[in-house]
Design a protein around this ligand. Structure first.
Ligand code: AMP
Ligand code: ZN
Length: 465
């Protein structure tokens, strides 16, 4: 089955045809490591993890090269390190470590290469030099700028005229520039000891953000590759500028054939972001002992291009669904289980994934399968359970055994005991004590729900929303 993807470049749903089907090349803009990522960043992380997994299923595990970079040179990093009074390297090392723990928690596969900007400066300098040599960049007052008027196709990608692009985004007014939308490739800075500046033919300084990705993709994937991904916020100026730089530095190259953009995770309709303060980090979720697979399901269970709203209900639903799957598979050995090959999985499941990554539909197919398994227990349900697990594995689920999924740790036992005490208090109509316990649990981020059968169900709720 051939994969179809919505390609931002053609602005339509296109059949994906690789340049070389023995080596599919995928590049995704990774994190800027100034702080712990939030679950909006995690949406991008898990979506491209699924795309990587599907490409591996379709073309073979060893036939896909996945590059996800780390932006470790950026103004936000410098500012943060200054605020904290620590060295840049200390900050980035810690944030990268946390990012790796987050990615593991979310069951993301390791990319083939994870280049850092700090390790790719030579390639950035090489590309900037090429751009100066062929008239697409100019030096001005210690800076090097890309000259957007030298590239007639500039902005074509975003489907907008240059003037409207400028109006719609924050472009620094700078007298050194020939055109207001010219963007910086290299800028001067002096603090070499702090790790803020590097040697270059244009003096001590540091690169602009966009050139970092052009260099890291070129180093590991060459001038032309198959798919470039990232969040929809990166379309302009970041991806527009990457295209301009790379296509002009390597005349005749197309850079990426397919551009894939994921929609935002929102909170009450607004993009989750650090600047708006409406965020919750992946680290917070780990601290609250929310299972990574629950967050993964939450983030994958809507179309990748549409915005999706994060709220308590969504978290509750994802928890219920994941528990339902694991309950369905109770007593089934998930660890020593041999997977069914992708091509032998239900056709509608494969078809959904190949149809512009309709993961939501694929999950609903898994849900129907689980319902069938729960309806009857016969030899057929074992076969169905195998299919269910194999489908889940394609999407990075069911990495735990059911025993450990439902296993309670010490904090869980403490909560259970407090609930028992509250129920005792309720049974003797000591409402004050019952409320006191409920309030204590609420303060711990535990939400109680008394169901009609006299049972109390509890769940963890992120507290800072
Ligand atoms: P950053 O660390 O800000 O460079 O972001 C890393 C990735 O996460 C980029 O691909 C962003 O487009 C993406 N991203 C940032 N915020 C959100 C959000 N609220 N929803 C979905 N993706 C996001
Ligand atoms: Zn990038």
């Amino acid at each position: 089955m051939q994969l179809k993807l919505t390609n931002t470049l053609s602005n339509k749903l296109d059949f994906f045809t690789p340049i070389n089907n023995k080596n599919i090349k995928l590049y995704v803009c990774g994190p800027t490591v100034y702080d712990k990522p939030h679950i909006g960043n995690a949406r991008s992380l898990v979506i491209y993890d699924v795309l990587y997994r599907i490409l591996r299923e379709l073309y073979g595990d060893n036939s896909v090269t996945f590059v996800r970079n780390i932006t470790d040179i950026d103004d936000k990093i410098i500012q943060r390190a200054e605020e904290l009074g620590i060295l840049i390297k200390e900050l980035t090392t810690e944030v990268i470590k946390n990012f790796h723990e987050d990615a593991e928690y979310l069951n993301c596969l390791l990319p083939t290469h994870e280049p850092k900007a700090t390790e790719t400066l030579d390639v950035m300098i090489e590309i900037i030099q090429k751009l100066i040599n062929n008239g697409h960049a100019y030096t001005s007052n210690g800076h090097v700028y890309y000259n957007i008027e030298s590239f007639p196709d500039y902005g074509k990608f975003s489907g907008k005229e240059t003037d409207s692009l400028i109006q719609g985004s924050r472009i620094e007014i700078d007298n050194n520039k020939k055109h207001p939308a010219d963007f910086v490739l290299w800028k001067p800075s002096q603090d070499k000891d702090l790790g803020v500046s590097y040697d270059s033919p244009w003096g001590l300084g540091r690169p602009g953000w966009h050139i970092e990705c052009s260099a890291m993709s070129y180093k590991f994937l060459g001038t032309d590759f198959d798919i470039h991904g990232g969040g929809a916020d990166l379309m302009f100026p970041h991806h527009t500028n990457e295209i301009a730089q790379s296509c002009c530095a390597f005349p005749g190259s197309k850079f990426a054939n397919f551009w894939v953009h994921n929609g935002f995770l929102t909170v009450r309709g607004e993009k989750m972001s650090k600047s708006l303060g409406n965020f919750i980090t992946i680290y917070d979720m780990r601290q609250k002992k929310v299972k990574g697979e629950i967050i993964r399901l939450l983030l994958l269970n809507s179309h990748y291009r549409s915005p999706m709203d994060y709220n308590e209900k969504a978290l509750y639903d994802a928890t219920e669904t994941m528990n339902y799957f694991y309950r369905t598979l109770e007593n089934f050995d998930l660890i020593n289980f041999e997977q069914i090959k992708f091509e032998n999985l239900p056709q509608d499941f494969i078809h959904s994934l190949c149809d512009d990554l309709n993961i939501h539909r694929a999950i609903s197919i898994m849900f129907s399968l689980a319902k069938e398994i729960n309806k009857s227990s016969n030899a057929e349900s074992v076969t169905k359970a195998k299919i269910l697990v194999s489908c889940g594995r394609v999407l990075g689920f069911f990495m735990e055994n059911t025993g450990s999924w439902f296993h309670m740790d010490e904090t869980d036992l403490e909560i259970e005991n407090m609930i028992k005490e509250r129920n005792m208090a309720k049974s003797v109509k000591n409402w004050e004590e019952a409320d006191r316990i409920r309030n204590l649990l609420t303060a711990k981020g535990i939400m109680l729900e008394d169901n009609p059968y006299g049972q109390t169900i509890w769940r963890r709720v992120p507290s800072n929303l």
